[in-house]
Design a protein around this ligand. Sequence first.
Ligand SMILES: Cc1cc2nc3c(=O)[nH]c(=O)nc-3n(C[C@H](O)[C@H](O)[C@H](O)COP(=O)(O)OP(=O)(O)OC[C@H]3O[C@@H](n4cnc5c(N)ncnc54)[C@H](O)[C@@H]3O)c2cc1C
Length: 476
Amino acid sequence: MAHHIIIGGGPAGVAAAETIRATAGSEAQITLISNEPAYSRMVLPYYLANDIPERHVLTGDAAYFEQHGITSVSGQVKNIDTQARSVTLSDGSSRTFDTLLIATGSSAQRPPIAGVDQEGVYTFWTLEDAKQVMAKAQGTPRAVLIGAGFIGFIVLNAMAKLDWNLSVVETESQVLPRMLDATGAQAVEGWLTSQNVAVHTGAQVQSISREGEALSLSLSNGASLSADIVILATGIQPNLGFLDGSGIQVDDGIVVDDRMQTNIPGIYAAGDVAAGPDLLNGSSAVHAIQPTAVDHGRIAGANMAGQETHYPGSLLLNVLDVINLHCASFGQWRTDASESITTVWNPTRPIYRKYVWDGDRMVGALFVGPIDDVTMLNDVGMVKGLIQTQQALGNWADYVKENPTDVRRAYVATGTAQKLVGQTLLGAPATARAYRVDGKTPSAWQKGSHGPLIGSRPDALDTLPRTPTPGLDKGE
Ligand SMILES: Cc1cc2nc3c(=O)[nH]c(=O)nc-3n(C[C@H](O)[C@H](O)[C@H](O)COP(=O)(O)OP(=O)(O)OC[C@H]3O[C@@H](n4cnc5c(N)ncnc54)[C@H](O)[C@@H]3O)c2cc1C
């Protein structure tokens, strides 16, 4: 029986273990080695905001792994011997494998700021970090977030829910520099100020010192901030150090092919630690987001279990709630070439959209708008579908360029939903995970009144009378 070892119990590792079991049936020995419990980091902000209890952070427990025949080992892998095909743990024990998955994720960076290593200054990357912050926070503390990126802002949102007094410091000239362009960021900064969050962009924290019970931060722009808690969100780095000398090829992350296999046959990598294929341009990229980690894990798991499966690539996407202002970015949004973009901008509300085009295909998009703008939220989903399917829109592209807030007609007319439904990663629809908290099973989805619409959608659409679209000759 083949022995599959997985290093890392995050979303990528757990998805891989489940996929191996589902693909190989009982004909597989699976060992999951991790130095933390199996959990999802992305729900830690909900835990901080008291929206969920700690046990809901976990994605598997001893009973779950036993039920799936997965041997769960708590430990740190120190070394991989690719010749002997074995891994060695920090306690000196070693195990041999037939296939190996490296899904060790990434770690938060601590910036080189004087005074950064003192009590009250925390990263927010692990369950342990979250517990420390929650233990420290009393009442409504003054908190300074250093780093205005995607992860930092998810934590900011949780802190805002708790009514903490908030300031943000960002080195770059705008907030969310890897998620929004300058116009989108301008909308977010104005919104944050209206929500009593102090925003300092283009400023560095030069030192953190203690003044009695409080912390004092000196900024490069001459300002100084007083805080009870400082959260560091200044970037992450993939956990690669233990691969030194292993012969496994590393670039920004571990280099993998479209089966998530490294340069060493039988050794795979997935998630934040892997530079996998990008959906839109086929290049290798570390996306460091959970949907990519889960996709990677499933593709790696299927291949490890002997089902040859190729990955079309992942779509870089970020969806964020900034204190009830929604922001989303998809794909290749980083262009200012006016011939290839469509924008909608209403600074007074604030509402901003940007679509990026390659001919009649949408390849990138940005959205900023109020959380209760249902039209925008629907459009976010449909635009993601247009980009993910790389649907050629024909003359509907011109229509969307002229009517950028009416995505729905183009989406329906081009059959994009149908194309999305047909897209599967492993050749079959994904099934629900069996892990349950407190033994509770979610009730099956009741299609209700949507049943006839969804069940018969393609045929029914063809027989529906066409809705004339003002100003557009569809050439039919
Ligand atoms: C606060 C927060 C909010 C986030 N929000 C979002 C979001 O809204 N959307 C989104 O898409 N993503 C979000 N993310 C990012 C997302 O959590 C990561 O992309 C995802 O966790 C990556 O999964 P992974 O399995 O690759 O790695 P990880 O989740 O990092 O898991 C890897 C595991 O391997 C363990 N490990 C590492 N080295 C070793 C070793 N040598 N031996 C044994 N074990 C080892 C690690 O300790 C860890 O437990 C968020 C992250 C954080 C921290």
